[in-house]
Design a protein around this ligand. Structure first.
Ligand SMILES: [Zn+2]
Length: 54
């Protein structure tokens, strides 16, 4: 499972250590969670907080 962040304006993805978008300065509050399912496909979920991601 991998967790990353995405800027809602630029749709650019960042690692968890990045707090704000480098381009536009927007606070990164959305988390993208990727989980590999039984069929070996990546399932992507967007959640509003880290506690939901886990
Ligand atoms: Zn941005």
């Amino acid at each position: 499972m991998t967790i990353s962040k995405r800027c809602p304006k630029c749709r650019k993805e960042y690692t968890l250590s990045v707090k704000a978008c480098i381009k536009c300065g927007t606070q990164l509050t959305k988390f993208i969670v990727r989980v590999r399912n039984q069929d070996n496909n990546w399932v992507t979920k967007t959640v509003g907080s880290l506690s939901l991601a886990r």
